[in-house]
Write a protein that binds this ligand. Structure first.
Ligand code: SF4
Length: 400
């Protein structure tokens, strides 16, 4: 339906990217905001939409906000049209009007213990530090809250969250996520790091962010941020969890951000979402993982795309197909790339897809369980070939 015009060129986007970079010491969100694509009218100019298409795009954006950085826009290959993987992940599609699915497929909100803090697994506290992201991914699993009113799920009071963590010594790590953790100001990030680095029961702090992929200059161009990360890494190990989904996202710019994080002392891990039309073929995914390990990022999860409203029909890959893809990818990796696990985030826990039996059943294992009775459980499930998710109540079959 929509076609990129010639005018979306790397040169044009680069001009925007260069904006404000001179003498940058601290990232300036206000200036960056002005350069982002956020409206249907901007998309009309970029893509050459008709009035009717602009109106439809506007309706989608009203429901699910649009935000694309000039840098990420510059990665789109206009020659590929709508099938370009970068475009699929960033530019709205008419398929987002499909209302099948759910907004909270993993029962996240029910795990909220104090505003902004979820506690599902014994060892981990998940902090939703903001509802903002530098780019709103069209495949986002938190569409219910990103870019808008989070209805009490994000931006909690940090001392209150710290009290919760201290009173639950079984929590050994916190994951500061969002939205995107690096969309917070440096002062807010410092408050999180300062607070959690002082809690003895925590072994490590994780930061969840797609900024290296969509706005790398926020990292390599911000000396204040890098110095702060280095300072707190010396107090408590910080892991940086990012989300590269396609080899085209690994660029000179993103490598500069990754290198800066490594120099600051952070350990990097990647979670990839398996996405139809983006990375659902073994060659693409294998290439991505090899490039990740080459720049020092260990790919540790491939996540099944969740059946979120506006995402489900567009991006989900059947589980059985996913198992074949991921196994082929693993066969092509070195030891580092082989540590990846193909999992889904189910309300009952993180379930790993192990493989298929000769009769076509799928063998699964609880990698992490919400309930102790499920911890480590290995089971089989009879699945249709086109099944993309498990029901809330799972029919556990014996493996025979
Ligand atoms: S960065 Fe994460 S939370 Fe933000 S839009 Fe993308 S998938 Fe959603």
């Amino acid at each position: 339906m929509f076609f990129l015009k010639e005018k979306i060129t790397k040169r044009n986007c680069r001009k925007n990217l260069d904006h404000g970079r001179k003498n940058m010491k601290t990232f300036d969100w206000k200036t960056e905001e002005k350069n982002m694509t956020t409206s249907a009218e901007q998309l009309r100019d970029i893509l050459g939409l008709t009035d009717e298409e602009t109106k439809k795009m506007g309706d989608i954006i009203e429901k699910y906000p649009l935000r694309i950085t000039p840098y990420y826009l510059s990665l789109i290959d206009p020659e590929k049209g709508e099938s370009d993987p970068i475009r699929r992940m960033s530019i709205p599609s008419i398929s987002e009007q499909d209302m099948s699915g759910s907004f909270d497929t993993s029962g996240e909100s029910s795990n909220t213990k104090v505003t902004g803090l979820q506690h599902k697994y014994h060892q981990t506290a998940l902090i939703l530090s903001t509802s903002m992201c530098a780019m709103y991914c069209r495949h986002c699993f938190r569409k219910r809250l990103v870019g808008g009113d989070s209805k009490g799920e994000t931006r909690g009071n940090i001392p209150e969250m710290a009290e919760y963590v201290k009173s639950h010594p079984e929590i050994t790590n916190v994951l500061i996520s969002g939205g995107d953790a690096l969309c917070n100001t440096n002062d807010v990030i410092r408050e999180y790091l300062d607070t959690f680095s002082k809690i003895d029961s925590l072994d490590l702090i994780r930061i969840g962010s797609r900024i290296p992929v969509v706005l790398p200059e926020r990292i390599y161009g911000d000396e204040e941020l890098l110095l702060m990360l280095k300072e707190y890494c010396e107090k408590k190990q910080i892991y940086f969890v990012t989300q590269f989904n396609h080899p085209a996202e690994i660029t000179e710019e993103s490598i500069k951000a990754v290198t800066a994080l490594k120099k600051a002392g952070l350990v990097l891990r990647n979670q990839t979402v398996l996405l139809k039309g983006v990375n659902d073929d073994p060659e693409t995914l294998a290439d991505l993982f090899r490039r990740l390990t080459a720049v020092g990022i260990i790919p540790y999860y491939v996540f099944q795309c969740r059946p979120v409203i506006g995402v489900k029909g567009q991006f989900q890959v059947p589980i059985k197909k996913g198992i074949d893809i991921v196994q082929e990818v693993i066969n092509l990796q070195n030891g580092q790339g082989r540590s990846v696990r193909y999992c889904m985030s189910h309300p009952k826990g993180k379930i790993q897809f192990i493989g298929k039996t000769s009769s076509g059943r799928v063998i699964m294992k609880f990698h992490q369980a919400k309930y102790d009775s499920d911890a480590g459980r290995i089971f089989a499930v009879t699945l249709d070939d086109d099944a993309c998710w498990l029901p809330e109540e799972i029919d556990y079959e014996e493996i025979i």
